[in-house]
Design a protein around this ligand. Structure first.
Ligand SMILES: [Zn+2]
Ligand SMILES: [Zn+2]
Length: 440
């Protein structure tokens, strides 16, 4: 089976590279991936795989059924890109650019579907392989997503949060995906890596507008509140605990309307990341104080709209072993790491809290993630070997009446139920308000 699959992937190398090129040249932001989704649905239609669209608003899924019922294995790809105006292939209007390598995940799902279908192996395997193309992994462009929430189109601002809520993972037994990394990491492939969790804060400072030349004394400067807050956060950095892996990073989304007007409203976006929910809580309490102090100093109003971010990746131990066993056919054993950690965050982490999952990293790119230099360096690893390793892993899981898949599912201890997960999202997505105060 594996030989047949490998032959199919080798045969399609040029077509898969062309698909990657097409996707890289049509980058779209989360929950706006209409073109990307259409390109991929066409690929699946060509394979004779019917897709179910409007999965998490702009995503879709399609399945290959085995010869009998059994475990459903999902292979995931992310449809969205990040914003990087400086990227040579950025969309001129939106700044959307594929600087996080999600196109390679889309090549993965098409390539694996093609190989499983054309090799005919599903006639010999039980269960089902479900291909999911999900939107909005990058937690950005939040004001647009708030409007989608307000319009009743989505409930959650992340594609996987939304897909989980819609029930698309309810019958999934095992979930698999991978992500590109630059080649200057110490290893070539990471079968398992943990990641950070985070909370996102949309902060609005409200003061009072006034003529900046004639009457600044009558204004309450919202930009000054935001600048103080950012300095306050910097003053707290020395208190962040090393093992908590805290990252606090902010941008000013709206900094004022005109230079001759004292800014009456400023919007700041901040993300607080950490290695665990406790780590984020410890840091976020300090960040909230810092944000509030900015408004107190100037005498304005603050509102902080919190959104629960992604949970840390928890890769299933057995899945990692199966994957490594297959990856070893292409990459030196010493070049494959089973452990590691990255301070970024991935919404697949949420999935791994109640389903056994694998989110490997393939160091086939060059240039850092989210920068204009990011591009694929090792095409063989990105579009051939990593696809084979993933497809072979699926064969191993479903072979012999799906014994291994069932064993993995039975031994897996979920960290959350869907209910407790939705409660976590709710509890960490509250809005806080602060007003100017006076000593009594
Ligand atoms: Zn990214
Ligand atoms: Zn990414």
């Amino acid at each position: 089976m594996k030989i047949k699959i490998a032959q199919e992937i080798d045969k399609s190398f040029n077509a898969l590279k062309d698909l990657a090129e097409l996707l890289i040249n049509s980058p779209e932001l989360g929950y706006k991936e209409e073109k990307t989704s259409a390109i991929l649905r066409e690929e699946f239609a060509r394979l004779g795989i019917v897709t179910n669209d409007r999965v998490a608003y702009t995503g879709f899924k399609g399945s290959l059924k085995g010869r009998s019922s059994g475990v459903k294995v999902a292979v995931l790809g992310e449809l969205d890109s990040v914003i990087c105006h400086q990227h040579p292939l950025a969309d001129k209007n939106t700044g959307a650019a594929h600087a996080c390598g999600h196109f390679a995940q889309l090549v993965l799902i098409v390539g694996v579907a093609m190989a499983l279908k054309n090799s005919g192996v599903m006639d010999f395997l039980p269960g089902e392989v479900c291909f999911m193309a999900l939107p909005a992994e990058e937690f950005i462009d939040l004001e647009y997503r708030e409007r989608l929430v307000a319009g009743g189109h989505i409930k959650y601002k992340s594609g996987k949060q939304q897909a989980i809520w819609e029930g698309h993972f309810d019958d999934v037994g095992i979930a698999l995906m991978h992500h590109l990394l630059p080649r200057d990491y110490p290893y070539a492939v990471y079968a398992g890596m943990t990641s950070n969790t985070f909370i996102s804060k949309m902060v609005t400072y409200t003061g009072r507008e006034s003529h900046a030349g004639a009457a600044p004394h009558e204004g309450i400067n919202a930009l000054n509140m935001a600048m103080l807050a950012l300095n306050n956060i910097n003053a707290q950095r020395e208190t962040f605990i090393e093992d908590d892996k805290v990252r606090v990073h902010s941008i000013i989304l709206r900094g004022g309307d005109a230079v001759n007007v004292i800014p009456g409203e400023v919007v700041l976006e901040t993300v607080v990341r950490g290695s665990s929910q406790e780590a984020v809580k410890r840091a976020a309490e300090k960040v909230d104080q810092c944000l509030l102090a900015g408004s107190l100093a100037i005498g304005g109003h603050i509102s902080i709209k919190n959104s629960a971010g992604y949970l840390p990746l928890v890769n299933d131990d057995r899945l990692m072993d199966v994957y490594i066993g297959n990856m070893e056919q292409f990459i030196d054993k010493e070049q494959i790491a089973k452990m590691g950690s990255i301070a970024a965050s991935f919404d697949f982490g949420d999935v791994t809290h109640f389903i056994p999952g694998l989110h490997s990293f393939i160091c086939a790119a060059e240039g850092n993630l989210h920068t204009k230099e990011f591009k694929v360096f090792n095409e063989q690893l990105a579009y051939v070997e990593s696809l084979k390793a993933m497809a072979f892993t699926i064969v191993d899981l479903l072979f012999d009446e799906g014994k291994l898949a069932e064993q993995i599912i039975n031994e897996y201890a979920p960290r959350m139920t869907k209910e407790s997960y939705l409660k976590y999202l709710k509890d960490n997505s509250k809005t806080m308000q602060g007003k100017p105060m006076k000593f009594k």
